[in-house]
Design a protein around this ligand. Structure first.
Ligand SMILES: *Cc1c(COP(=O)(O)O)cnc(C)c1O
Length: 434
């Protein structure tokens, strides 16, 4: 520590942290990796610098999984990113510029959502888990909610329907069996304490074989007859049909309250979108918005801005500007063209690749088992070493290993990232080949 070289580090990081880093370095040296004094100073400096570097980095997603949970689900559109910058400073978030009086931050989004989906009321919270918790708490606390045993889902490790139900203070009444739940099952479970029927989309698994599920229309019929709410946790919020994923429009035909995530197939920022249809739905959404829990799960201004931008793109039919939409809609020919271009350019740089047919995945707990036909660029060489080299690149590239080959799927690589990706691939390939 008394070496003059450490004085600069002490000024920058404080004595305690330099001592700690130096102790760690000395321990490494005692274990057999001895270095000279100047190398030691350098390593201690590097350790301290590394701790300051931001952990969050841009990566290129060449995995072919569109909504990759580990990579932050939906990438935002250009317009949504620009909106983030506006909201980051001072903005008229809660100021009506015409009257100069206080405005309502949620009103704008509610209006746009109502117009987009043709519903009576809408409300946005932090995420879909919060939307369901708020719906159950505000609308069903102390009462019974009827759910099929086939829909007791767990999403991403910590969101389990029975746990959320318990937390809300609503009592869950399970009906049917794992594989079969009929209209009658719901009907027979209704008591004077019932508040709602809840459908939970089984978004990340499928039950195959001897199965039966009451349709949303059948559930709606029962709910109407007994003056109960029908709440639909839709999960993904698909606006266009994709495989057998239920769309928002389909759900809105029957449900009073629909909830879904903003950052799955909807292609926006993390958010929980709540729609209310008809008189009952509108009253329910209003009740949710007024509940004290709503404040605790409200969306922040950055999310609000990005979601507004995404909604405007959807309202004006500019779906191709939303990355998730573009990726889902890209045809296998679109992907093949891009893959072919990459393979020519990589060959020119001495990188050996072959094009192989494969499948992209929607991911993010949507449409399980449904692959989108794609064309993969398969790199020749040791798969896991190539994938690791790509991951350690600048920027890191996330590939996928398929049939013992390191593969890149153009479908999930954003517009404008091609050249950066090719550079990173060349570097990683040559590092491994060496
Ligand atoms: C994804 C999902 C959720 C959780 O949504 P978050 O926005 O991640 O909180 C809840 N229910 C279903 C059916 C889902 O698919």
């Amino acid at each position: 520590m008394n070496e003059p070289a450490y004085a600069e580090l002490v000024k920058q990081f404080g004595r305690a942290r330099v001592v700690e880093a130096l102790r760690d370095q000395v321990a490494v040296e005692r274990a057999g990796a001895e270095v000279d004094e100047s190398e030691r100073v350098e390593r201690v400096g590097a350790t301290l610098q590394a701790a300051l570097a931001p952990r969050l980095r841009r990566v290129i997603n060449a995995s072919g999984v569109i909504l990759h949970t580990n990579l932050g689900r939906a990438p935002l559109s250009r317009a949504a990113v620009d909106a983030l910058a506006v909201a980051a400073g001072y903005s008229n978030l809660e100021l009506d510029l015409d009257s100069g009086r206080r405005g309502e931050r949620a009103a704008l989004l509610s209006g746009l959502l109502s117009r987009l989906f043709g519903c009576e009321a809408a409300f946005v919270v932090n995420n879909n888990a919060a939307a369901i918790l708020l719906a159950l708490t505000a609308l069903c606390k102390g009462k019974e909610v009827i759910v099929s045993r086939g829909q007791q889902v767990e999403i991403g490790g910590s969101f389990r329907m029975p746990d959320v139900m318990r937390l809300s203070g609503a009592r869950m009444v399970e009906v049917g069996t794992t594989n079969r739940t009929r209209q009658d099952d719901y009907e027979q479970a209704i008591t004077s304490r019932s508040a709602a029927l809840l459908r939970v989309h089984t978004s990340n698994f499928r039950v195959a074989g001897f199965t039966e599920t009451a349709s949303l229309a059948q559930m709606a019929e029962i709910a109407r007859a007994h003056d109960l709410l029908l709440i639909d946790d839709l999960g993904s919020g698909a606006t266009e049909p994709i495989a057998d994923e239920p769309t928002v429009a389909e759900s809105m035909q029957h449900s009073d309250v629909v909830t879904f995530s903003g950052d799955k197939l909807f292609g926006g920022p993390q958010a929980g979108i709540v729609l209310g249809r008809g008189e009952a739905g509108a009253a329910a959404v209003k009740k949710m918005a007024r509940h004290p829990l709503a404040r605790a799960v409200r969306i922040d201004k950055l999310t609000l801005a990005a979601l507004e931008a995404t909604l405007r793109q959807r309202l004006t039919g500019r779906l191709d500007e939303i990355p998730v939409e573009r990726m889902v809609r890209a045809t296998v020919e679109d992907v093949r063209r891009r893959a072919a271009m990459w393979s020519v350019k990589l060959a020119e740089r001495g990188v050996r690749v072959t094009l192989v047919a494969g499948e992209s995945a929607v991911g993010g707990g949507s449409v399980p088992g449904h692959g989108l036909p794609t064309v993969l660029l398969s790199l020749s060489g040791p798969a896991s070493r190539l994938a690791a080299a790509l991951r350690h690149g600048e920027p890191p590239v996330i590939a996928r290993i398929e049939k013992d080959a390191c593969c890149l799927d153009p479908r999930t690589v954003l517009k404008g990232e091609d050249e950066t990706l090719l550079d990173a691939v060349e570097v990683a390939y040559k590092a491994v080949a060496r």
